[in-house]
Every structure is written in structure tokens, then in C-alpha cells.
Ligand binder design. Structure first.
Ligand code: UGA
Length: 450
């Protein structure tokens, strides 16, 4: 099928690349002309593992192309996926102006029937507004629009695998035709009939994804409710970690056993600096606002947000406990991205941590395998190291702010010799406390006996 993707950020590029990979003819567009120029020249505007292989491949095979004029993309696709950003407004609501803009564009430029698929995370009932905008602004052309909600559940860092091997595909539709069109789009994924560009073999043997057909309102709610629940789970684990610390327990042991209960599940119970990124914090906030506006008191989620905001304070208490005075001290920071395997620093707890260190008068030298270019643009005042070892040089404390797997495999003797004082504060519980002690470090982490 001919598909257009409007918005070429993380979600749009992954969606476009994967839809082309499974056999569709795809056009991606963005109002940021620079981004399209980079893509056309064979470059990658973001770091997402695997994308650098899939995009050039499907581009060369002629199934994926880029347009700097979004109107061309509207003309091209039978289905149009809206993947524009919905950033938070100062009051916490989602800013839907980009969606509104795209709706007007589609309404005025379309000359043939279109299936308009809302992929961006939006508050429930946005689909109804989208439908209204399409009919109001498109009234002169007489074109038929079908609106559907197809929330994405992909995680940065594993986005391609998540798209191609989802647990479920949720489609919120208003009629059978829209459902059938979406089924046609996802058929290769549903039937697992494609050559996986991510895994060597065996990935198509598992159970097929669930095909979940709902109303548009429900589909929108599913996305917000899922992300908010994940946030809730993390905050819960963080509170249990604080308690474990005081009661002489070990959070790793506690959550491992909790997770063996299938009603709880093992994921999203890792304690540490808390959740960040462009999705969980903003979706949680927007969900709380949506509940408020709908007359539902969802204070449970406010608590989850509050707990998350206090994680950095708690980490600082630990640091002060070990360092006494922070001002004037040389601190090494490992990790700047909001989680491993991405260069994304939006709402990253690691960035917030560095900002706090600067405001408290510390001298910071940071290292991240992928996120340093982005970090330099917003944090020009710190030093950036070429390696983790350089970040540790002369440091009085080394902070682990993002759990990149490579930080678990460092040469600790080299790190210890480079540091002014062998103190590690592990904000992500990446390392083993007993191993670090055996390596001669003073080691502090969350929810464990240091
Ligand atoms: C999240 C959801 O997991 C996806 O399902 C969803 O599609 C996506 O948002 C979205 O709405 O687009 P993502 O933001 O890429 O995905 O990252 P997550 O893997 O969810 O991690 C979010 C944050 O939680 C990170 O800062 C991570 O370090 C933190 N986290 C995660 C924890 O602190 N503890 C955990 O146990 C798990």
C-alpha cells in the first residue's frame, strides 16, 4: 500500500522504515527541512539501533523516500500516519497544535480518499477533534476521510524490534473498512511473513501479536493508561527500594521475587534515578490533567510523579553523605541519555543530575557513548570525556546516571587508579555491590546495603 508518514522523529522514522521493510511504498516528510536533507543525503538525524541499516536499504530498494514538502506526502499516501510531536504545554497538557496543523494540511491538499491514522500519543477524544477538523477544512473538496487511532508502544533503543514483533497491535476505528485497511498494512507483522532486519533467526517463532480492535476513544486511552501504569510501577519500585535501604533488605532480591508472580511481571521494577524521556513523564502529566478535566481524581498518578521528581534529591543526599561538601569537587558522570541505547536526552534524569551538580558548584566531566553531541548543545559549561576512563580521571566521585551495558564491563582497576577517591554512586543499580567492594571502591546505590 502507498503510505505517507508525517513527522520524521523517532516514531515517524521507525514507522516509515519498518512499513517499507515489510513491503509498503512509503514517503516520510517533516517540516524540518534540515532533517529531510540529512535523510536524503544518506545520514541519520537520530540514533536508533538498526535504523542506520534499514533506512538506506529500503531507500535503495525504492520503497522509502523523503519529501520536504508535506503537501506532496498528503497527495502520495492512501493511508497517512500522523507521527508529529505532542510536547507538554507549561500547564502539563499535551500541545496538539502540530496535530491541528497536519489535519488542516491533509484536509486542504487531499484529492482522493484517505485513511488518517493517529500514531502520536494524544489525549482521549483527540480523534474526534481530528475528524471534525478534516471535515471542516476539507468541506470544499468533498474527499472522504476515515480516521483511526493506532497507538505505538515502541521503546527507544529497541524500537525496530518492538515495531516488528509487538505483543499487540491496537486499532481504534469507526468502521470495517478502516479496520481492513489497517489489517492489510500490518498483515506481514500479524502473519510474521517478513525477513527480520533486526534478529538473525528465531524471532518469528513466538506467538503472533494480538490484533485488538477498539473504538478510537478506547485506543487513545489504552496508550495513556499503559504509559502511566509503567510510570506507576517504576515509582512503586523506587519507594520499595527506599524502604529496603532502611530495613536491611536488597531491592534486587525483592523485585526479582515479586516479578516471578505473573500478575506483577518482572519489567519496570528497576529502582534508581527514576523515569525520564519524552514519553513517560509527559504522558503521565497529560493523563493527570485529562482526568482532572474529566472530573476524575487520579491523585495516585500525582504521587507517582512526585516520587519520581524526588529521586535526584535522594541521590544527592547519598552523595552528600559520602562527599560531605559538593562545591569545588571534581565529579565524573557516566551516562547522559535518558536510558541506554539512545542518544535522546529529553527529560533525562542524567541531565537534571548534571544541572544540579553545576548549581551546587561541582566540576563535572561526563561521558556518554551516543548522547554527548546533543548534551553539548544544552550543557556547554561542563567537560566531555572521550572515554569513561577519562571521565573518572581525578574524580572524587564517579556517578552512573545511565545504565549503558558497557559501563558494567569497565576495567575497574584502571578506573580506581584514575580517580582521586575511589567512590562510586550508582544511580541505576548497574553494578554488583559486593564486586565493587572487592575491587576496592566505596560504593553506594539504591535500595541495597552499601
Ligand atoms: C515508553 C514506553 O515504554 C513505550 O511502550 C512507549 O511506546 C513509549 O514510551 C512512547 O510512548 O513512545 P521509552 O520512553 O522509549 O518508552 O522508554 P522506557 O523504556 O519506557 O523507559 C522510560 C524511562 O523509565 C527511562 O528513563 C528508564 O530509565 C526508566 N525506567 C524504566 C526505570 O527507571 N526503571 C525501569 O524499571 C524501567
Amino acid at each position: 500500500m502507498k503510505i505517507s508518514v508525517i513527522g520524521s522523529g523517532y516514531v515517524g522514522l521507525v514507522t516509515g522504515a519498518c512499513l517499507a521493510e515489510i513491503g509498503h511504498e512509503v514517503v516520510c516528510t517533516d517540516n524540518d527541512a534540515e532533517k529531510i536533507k540529512i535523510l536524503e543525503a544518506g545520514g541519520m538525524p537520530i540514533y536508533e539501533p538498526g535504523l542506520e541499516k534499514v533506512i538506506p536499504k529500503v531507500h535503495k530498494e525504492g520503497r522509502l523516500s523523503f519529501r520536504s514538502n508535506p503537501a506532496d506526502a498528503v497527495t502520495f499516501g492512501e493511508a497517512i500516519f500522523i507521527c508529529v510531536g505532542t510536547p507538554p504545554l507549561p500547564n502539563g497538557d499535551a500541545d496538539l497544535s502540530a496535530i491541528d496543523h497536519v489535519a488542516r494540511l491533509i484536509a486542504t491538499e487531499a484529492r482522493s480518499p484517505k485513511l488518517v491514522v493517529e500514531k502520536s500519543t494524544v489525549p482521549a477524544q483527540t480523534g474526534q477533534e481530528l475528524k471534525r477538523a478534516l471535515s471542516v477544512y476539507g468541506r470544499k473538496t468533498g474527499v472522504t476521510f476515515r480516521v483511526a487511532s493506532n497507538p505505538e508502544f515502541l521503546r527507544e533503543g529497541t524500537a525496530l524490534g518492538d515495531f516488528l514483533h509487538p505483543d499487540r497491535i491496537v486499532v481504534g476505528v469507526e468502521d470495517e473498512i478502516a479496520e481492513q485497511q489497517l489489517k492489510e498494512i500490518y498483515r506481514p507483522v500479524l502473519e510474521r511473513k517478513f525477513k527480520c532486519p533486526v534478529h538473525a533467526s528465531g524471532c518469528l517463532d513466538g506467538p503472533a501479536p494480538a490484533w485488538v480492535v477498539t473504538t478510537i476513544n478506547s485506543a487513545e486511552l489504552i496508550k495513556h493508561a499503559s504509559n502511566s501504569f509503567l510510570a506507576l510501577k517504576i515509582s512503586y519500585a523506587n519507594m520499595v527500594a527506599d524502604l529496603a535501604e532502611r530495613l536491611g533488605a536488597d531491592i534486587g532480591e525483592v523485585t526479582r521475587a515479586m516479578g516471578l508472580d505473573p500478575r506483577i511481571g518482572p519489567s519496570f521494577l528497576s529502582a534508581g534515578l527514576g523515569f525520564g524521556g519524552f514519553c513517560l513523564p509527559k504522558d503521565l502529566q497529560a493523563f493527570v490533567h485529562l482526568a482532572e478535566r474529566s472530573g476524575v481524581d487520579f491523585s495516585l498518578l500525582r504521587e507517582a510523579e512526585k516520587i519520581n521528581k524526588k529521586r535526584i534529591d535522594h541521590f544527592f543526599e547519598k552523595m552528600r553523605g559520602a562527599l560531605w561538601v559538593v562545591r569545588g569537587k571534581q565529579i565524573g558522570v557516566l551516562g547522559l541519555a535518558f536510558k541506554p541505547n539512545t542518544d535522546d536526552i529529553r527529560f533525562s534524569p542524567a541531565i537534571e543530575l548534571v544541572n544540579r551538580l553545576i548549581s551546587e558548584g561541582a566540576r563535572v566531566c561526563a561521558f556518554d557513548p551516543e548522547a554527548m553531541d546533543r548534551a553539548r548543545a544544552i550543557l556547554p559549561e561542563i567537560q566531555y570525556a572521550k572515554t569513561a576512563y577519562e571521565a573518572a580521571q581525578d574524580a572524587e566521585a564517579l556517578l552512573i546516571a545511565t545504565e549503558w551495558p558497557e559501563f558494567g564491563k569497565l576495567d575497574w582497576e584502571r578506573i580506581r587508579n584514575a580517580m582521586a577517591r575511589p567512590l562510586i554512586l550508582d544511580g541505576r543499580n548497574l553494578l554488583s555491590a559486593s564486586k565493587m567492594k572487592a575491587e576496592g571502591f566505596e560504593y553506594r546505590s539504591f535500595g541495597r546495603q552499601d
